[in-house]
Design a protein around this ligand. Sequence first.
Ligand SMILES: Cc1cc2nc3c(=O)[nH]c(=O)nc-3n(C[C@H](O)[C@H](O)[C@H](O)COP(=O)(O)OP(=O)(O)OC[C@H]3O[C@@H](n4cnc5c(N)ncnc54)[C@H](O)[C@@H]3O)c2cc1C
Length: 446
Amino acid sequence: MMSKKKVAILGSGIAGLSYAYYLKKYKPDVEFVILESSSKSGGLVFSEITEGCVFEWGPRGVRPNGNGQVVLEMIEELGLWDELVFANDQAKKRYLYHDGKLQVLPHSLRSFMTSPYLGLFLKAFYKDLGAKKIDEDETIAAFVDRHFGASFRALFFDSLVSGVWAGDVTKMSVSAAFPILKKLESKRGSLLRSLIGHKSSISDSKQYPKEFTSKALFSFKKGLQSLTDALNDVLSDSIQHDVAIEKIDFSDQVEIHFEDASICVDELVSTLPAHQLSAFVKPDLARVLDSIFYAPVAVLNLILPKSELSFDGFGFLVPSKEQSVVLGMVANSNTFPSHAAPNKSVYTVMMGGARYSEEDLNAMDLEKEAIAFLNGVFGKSLFIDNQELILMSRAIPQYELGHVEKVRKIASLSPEKLSVLGSYMYGVSLIDIISKSKELAGQSFD
Ligand SMILES: Cc1cc2nc3c(=O)[nH]c(=O)nc-3n(C[C@H](O)[C@H](O)[C@H](O)COP(=O)(O)OP(=O)(O)OC[C@H]3O[C@@H](n4cnc5c(N)ncnc54)[C@H](O)[C@@H]3O)c2cc1C
């Protein structure tokens, strides 16, 4: 009789948990163990209930359309559907804050036609019609400047990249961060021309009705951690918390050493952050892993009396030309009203990002900076019931120019028995991570 294949999965963030979940589903003959250094699962997915309000310290929402349906399907399989909350339609209204005022971004044809940005958009679209195809990778800034112009980039792409990656458009790679833009460009040069007749790929999952997929985002009554908690429960027999790995030997098998024990497995799947995995591999691979920069991000969660602020959208972003440490603010309880206690509102201010070092952020009084900024935006001294701040020194991996090549190198330099997953490989969003886990677990160990 053949013995069962043994696999160790390093890390129990969403990458490790989702990979293990699909492995259990698609490959019941594979025996696996998840090794996690902290005392809880979930990694960056971390929600807390404070005074009856949900504080999200990491991700706060998932898009239900496109590949978001892969996540919805997982949620349904986990029996979590009744815990879901979908975003209020207010969440479709988003703002930019620049030149001393909040400006609403176009979110419908009508708002587009009446937008103060209309002229800028029309000029940008006209420029794009003459754009040429370039095969080489380039920064997001260089790509967007060629297609839409520098003023368009400085407002919209700069803010978008701050909002998703806390990133710097002048350093990030368009091929790694927005592969769809490079793919469209390769068709007809102009992105607008290439969009004609373009069909986005349909996710490999159950397709959900429009009443769900038309919403901007979803979360859970108690925040996104409900998802990682449910995965943790389903996988609990296979998770070891508080482990301290000292060394990993790769030969015919993989031997993982702890202080006073070791285990042997046939295959290893790492979902650790790049700078953590680098301690366990040979110098050539470690060098590539260590070259991936993670931007520091500070998250300030605030509870205000509901009557304190009348703000009607998802939130606002601050373009980097404003030179503020504040990247933006999310009005959580506008999006998910059940995330606030009665008569309260919950807001999150994000600060820092790729333009700052951890030392820069440590040297600032971030709570004071954020509140002074909000007071300036809303033109009043806000009364705040509760505020808590967390500074994450290595929060989001930056897909800088050359990142596609780094991902290729990581795969080619990895020992045969090692597969590498996690947010620095195939996308930072929960959707990208869960979709990739599903694809790879389905193909593994045949
Ligand atoms: C502030 C913020 C907001 C975000 N907002 C969103 C959002 O709204 N929507 C969205 O889709 N995405 C968002 N993201 C991105 C998303 O949350 C992350 O990309 C994703 O959670 C990363 O998951 P992961 O499993 O790759 O890594 P992690 O969550 O970092 O998990 C890695 C795990 O490995 C463990 N580990 C580390 N070292 C060791 C070791 N030596 N041995 C064993 N275990 C170890 C860690 O303890 C951790 O549990 C956000 C990220 C941040 C920081």
